[in-house]
Design a protein around this ligand. Structure first.
Ligand code: HEM
Length: 538
C-alpha cells in the first residue's frame, strides 16, 4: 500500500524527482572516492562526458598539458579518474606486481571475429590471463630473436626504397609521406607475422581498407573508451555479436579476415568442429618452418597446450597489426618530420651517414640498406629518433590503470581502490627538471652526453630521461613489440636518407595532428630526390 502511494507520488512529481536524482547523481560523482580535493575542470568532476568531449575534439594531449601546467602534478579528469605528472608515480602505477590493472578503456579496442570478442595481450584487463599469455609468447619478441626478423624487414624496406624511387623520386610527384609510411609499417608487420605482405606498397593503396579500418577503430575507441559502457551499446552490442556469430551479419574486422586467410593458407584443415567456422586450426602437420611470428605463436601453442589455443594464436596475429602498425608509422613520421623541420639536425644526420659510408662502414653500397648492427653505431641518428619519440609520443591519452582494492600511495597521495589513475606521455615528456628548460624545442643533443661535463653525471641525466619516457608504456604492460618497431625504425630511417634527399613539399606549413588515442599526423607531404650513394673513399 505504502509502495503504491510512493509510486503514485513519484509519477505525479516526476520532473522534480528526476531533477533531485540528477543532482544527487552529480554530487555523488563530485565527491566520489574523496577525489573532490584534487583540482581540475569542474565539469570533469561531475561527469565522464567532459573527457569524452575533450578526446572527441582530437587534441586531448594539449588539454592535459595545459591542465597540469595550471594545477600541478595531480589533475582530476573525471568523477573517478586522476592524471599524474610526477615521474615518481610511474613506478607505482606501472610497476611490476603493484596490483594495478588496465581500465575498461582497453577492452573497447578488442577485435571481433564472427561475433566473438577476442581479448588480447593489449586489451585484456585480467592480469592472470595477461601473465599467462605474455609468458607463452615472450620469447618471440626478445632481443635475441630479433635478428631472425631482419630479413623480413629488409625485403619490405628494399621494396619501400625502390617504390619510393619509382613513384616519387623519378616522377617528382609529392608524396603523402605519413600515408606512405603507414603502407610501409603495415606491410612489414604483415611480412613479419605471416611471411606475406598485405601489398600496400606494391599497389600503393589501402588494400581491403585495412588501414582506414584500424584508423577508424582508434577514432572510435578514443572517445568511447572514456565511457566504455557505450561500446556495449554500439560496436559490441550483444545482438550484433549474436547475429555475427550465426553468420547473419559479417562483423569480422578486416584485419581478422586477413589473419584468417593467412592461417588457412598455412593450416588448411581444422581439427576442432566447434570452432572450425570461426577459427582456422593450427593443428595439422603442416608446421611452418618460417621463423615468422605466426610460427612462433603456433610453437607457443604446442609448448603450452594447457593454455594456448587456436583462438589465442589468431588473436596474437591480429594484435600485431592493431598494436604494431599505426604506432610504428606515427613514430616514423615524427622522426622524418622533425628532421625536416630542423635542417641543422638533418644535415648532421647526413654528415654522420656520409662519413660512415666513406669509412666503408656499411655492407650495402648498392641499395643503401642499413643493417640493425650498423644502425647501432650512429649516435646522432639515435639521439634524433629518441627526441622525436619525446616530442611526439604515439600514445596520446593517459595509460589508464585501476588502483588495487586496498588503495595505494601514488607519489605522496593516498588514492582509494577502484580509482582510475594514469600518466600521459605528452605530459611526462615535458617535465623540465628531467628533460631541461627547453622541453618544447626539438633538440636531439639533450640525449648525448655534453662534452666537457662530468661523464658520470651526464650518463645519469640521460638515463633519467630514458626512465621517464612513456612512448612504449612502462612496467608489466610495456610494449612487447618495442624491439620489433625499433628494428624497423633504426633500419628504414638511415636507409631512406642514404638513398634520398627528402624535402617538405611546403616548408612553411605545419602538419595536422590528430589524436585518436594514438596521435597520427596528416598533411605531411614531401618530395624525394635521389642521392648518389656515398661510396668508401678508398
Ligand atoms: C613505435 C611503435 C610502437 C609504439 C609507440 C607502441 C606503443 C605501445 C604502448 C604505449 C603500449 C602500452 C599501452 C598501455 O600501457 O596502455 C604498447 C603495448 C603493446 N604493444 Fe606496442 N607500440 C609500438 C610497436 C609495437 C609493435 C611493432 C608491436 C607488435 C609487433 C606491438 C605490440 C604491442 C602489444 C601486444 C602490447 C600489449 C603488451 C602487454 O600488455 O603485454 N607494439 N605499445
Amino acid at each position: 500500500m505504502a509502495a503504491q502511494t510512493l509510486l503514485e507520488l513519484v509519477l505525479q512529481n516526476w520532473p522534480a524527482v528526476l531533477g533531485v536524482a540528477t543532482v544527487a547523481y552529480l554530487l555523488s560523482n563530485r565527491f566520489n572516492h574523496g577525489l573532490n580535493k584534487y583540482p581540475g575542470p569542474f565539469l570533469a568532476s561531475l561527469t565522464d562526458w567532459w573527457r569524452f568531449w575533450v578526446v572527441y575534439g582530437r587534441r586531448p594531449e594539449l588539454e592535459h598539458i595545459r591542465l597540469h601546467e595550471k594545477h600541478g602534478d595531480v589533475v582530476r579528469l573525471g568523477p573517478n579518474s586522476l592524471s599524474f605528472s610526477d615521474p615518481k608515480a610511474l613506478k607505482t602505477i606501472y610497476g611490476l606486481n603493484k596490483g594495478f590493472t588496465k581500465s575498461e578503456f582497453y577492452p573497447v579496442q578488442q577485435a571481433v571475429a564472427s561475433g566473438h570478442r577476442l581479448p588480447s595481450l593489449f586489451s585484456t584487463t585480467s592480469e592472470a590471463f595477461h601473465a599467462q599469455l605474455r609468458r607463452s609468447v615472450n620469447s618471440a619478441f626478445s632481443m635475441s630473436t630479433l635478428i631472425q626478423y631482419e630479413p623480413f624487414v629488409d625485403s619490405t624496406t628494399e621494396l619501400f626504397l625502390s617504390q619510393t624511387e619509382k613513384l616519387y623520386a623519378k616522377t617528382g610527384e609529392a608524396c603523402n609521406f605519413s600515408r606512405w609510411l603507414q603502407f610501409y609499417a603495415f606491410d612489414v608487420i604483415g611480412e613479419m607475422t605471416y611471411s606475406k605482405r598485405h601489398g600496400f606498397l606494391e599497389e600503393n593503396r589501402d588494400i581491403d581498407g585495412i588501414i582506414d579500418y584500424v584508423a577508424n577503430l582508434f577514432d572510435y575507441a578514443g572517445p568511447i573508451g572514456q565511457i566504455p559502457f557505450l561500446d556495449v551499446l554500439i560496436l559490441k552490442n550483444p545482438i550484433w555479436l549474436l547475429l555475427g556469430k550465426y553468420g547473419f551479419v559479417d562483423g569480422t574486422f578486416p584485419v581478422a579476415k586477413f589473419a584468417r586467410a593467412r592461417m588457412l593458407e598455412r593450416y588448411p584443415t581444422s581439427s576442432d568442429p566447434k570452432t572450425a567456422t570461426i577459427l582456422p586450426s593450427t593443428e595439422p602437420s603442416a608446421e611452418s618452418k618460417k621463423p615468422d611470428l605466426l610460427s612462433k605463436f603456433v610453437q607457443a601453442k604446442n609448448d603450452r597446450p594447457d593454455f594456448m589455443n587456436d583462438s589465442l594464436v589468431m588473436t596474437m596475429a591480429i594484435s600485431m597489426a592493431f598494436a604494431g602498425s599505426e604506432t610504428t608509422a606515427i613514430s616514423l613520421s615524427s622522426v622524418f618530420y622533425y628532421l625536416l623541420k630542423n635542417p641543422r639536425c638533418m644535415e648532421e644526420v647526413y654528415r654522420e651517414l656520409d662519413s660512415k659510408a666513406r669509412e666503408g662502414f656499411f655492407g650495402d653500397y648498392e641499395n643503401g640498406l642499413v643493417t640493425w648492427t650498423e644502425s647501432q653505431s650512429l649516435p646522432y641518428l639515435d639521439a634524433c629518433i629518441k627526441e622525436a619519440f619525446r616530442v611526439h609520443p604515439a600514445p596520446g591519452l593517459t595509460l589508464e590503470r585501476i588502483v588495487p582494492p586496498q588503495g595505494a600511495d601514488i607519489a605522496g597521495h593516498f588514492v582509494k581502490g577502484g580509482t582510475i589513475v594514469g600518466c600521459s606521455a605528452w605530459v611526462l615528456h615535458r617535465r623540465k627538471e628531467i628533460f631541461g628548460e627547453d622541453v618544447e624545442v626539438y633538440r636531439p643533443e639533450r640525449w648525448l652526453p655534453e662534452p666537457g661535463k662530468d661523464k658520470e653525471a651526464e650518463e645519469k641525466r640521460v638515463k633519467e630521461m630514458a626512465g621517464t619516457m612513456l612512448h612504449f608504456g612502462q612496467g608489466a604492460r610495456t610494449c612487447i613489440g618495442k624491439n620489433i618497431s625499433l628494428l624497423e625504425i633504426y633500419k628504414v630511417v638511415p636507409s631512406v636518407l642514404r638513398r634520398f634527399e627528402v624535402r617538405l613539399q611546403d616548408p612553411t606549413k605545419e602538419w595536422t595532428v590528430h589524436n585518436a588515442w594514438f596521435v597520427r599526423q596528416l598533411n605531411f607531404n614531401t618530395t624525394f630526390h635521389r642521392r648518389k650513394l656515398v661510396k668508401p673513399s678508398s
